[in-house]
Design a protein around this ligand. Sequence first.
Ligand code: SF4
Length: 392
Amino acid sequence: MSEPGGNATFGDSIEIRTEGLGPAGKDGVREAPRARTRQVKVGNVAIGGGAPVAVQSMTTTMTWDVEATLEQIRRLDEAGCEIVRVAVPDEKSADALPELVKRSPLPVVADIHFTWKLGLKAIAAGVHKVRINPGNIGGESRVREIVAAAKDRGIPIRVGANAGSLPKEIIAKYGVHDPLGIVEAALIPIGILEKEGFEDIVVSMKASDVSLAVASYRLASKRIPYPLHIGITEAGSARRGSIKSAVGLGMLLEEGIGDTMRVSLTADPVEEIETAFMILSAVGLRQRGPEVISCPSCGRCDIDLIGLATTVEERVKALGTKIPLKVAVMGCEVNGPGEARDADVGIAGGLHEGLIFKHGQILRKVKEGVVVDELMKEVEQVLRDRQAEERS
Ligand code: SF4
């Protein structure tokens, strides 16, 4: 690998971390292979050191509007969010933090820029982590005050680098599009915190360019012992942002990189959580609740498969369960049950009828009008069996 000062390319002979990436276990979920990073605690949520990748989001409400912010946090919690970040741009927002922290069902992270006093206020309010940029907080003495306060309360600090706001000296040395520059920029605030003997650090490496972000995180995972907060910044609207995040974060997670993740979308933050779990489920790291799979349909399909899959998605989501389960919606009786053999339960459409199957085995044939109801009976039975298994 090139050393700082060299010209790194994105494929800069970075070794891919593969330990622990064994086959999926029960429910298609692997043991998280993340023992390399130091572990920090954000409230009751562990980040790094082999803990499951923690899913987080950020509220879009005015933080000073306590009721609206708590309402959004509750929706995020229901969707599976584990850590929530709130912007603290002014005194009014900082004043709302004690109440927010007290009533939030999730650990709260305060996002602080420019004003160190707001950072101190947030820490005093009991937030569970602060995110700061030591470069814009007003000098080392101010940073030292924040570090001392965080140390006192035993909370971690997130620092990092953003490709869009690199320090001048880094740009002069590396330009704006070099993972070496981004990692070196992240090492600056890390060094400031370490100088104070502070090691409860989480590090992010933000870039909206997927390749640049991935290369930077790969490099960081080899050089930085602290847990990594991964994300593709300014990813875009729900669809484009989900795709960019899935590509970038999927690559990193598959290589064992990333201890907490945020999918950034210009959308309702609840969608960020749903997308994050879809990504984690796709790489076999975590699954939350049922997953509906469906075939693309083809000339063998005699039913409205898009309508059927949409209805099943909605009915399964409405169950509100966190129990992992795979439900298949397949277009034909000939290939459907076989193609979806690994699903717990499924339906395969035929002409005016459908098959209900379980692990590829056909249970019965039912009329088209009741096919979804019959499927849901089986889904509920599997959930009852899983619950009984968990209790025993
Ligand atoms: Fe086509 Fe049947 Fe396969 Fe669906 S399950 S893609 S309808 S062959």
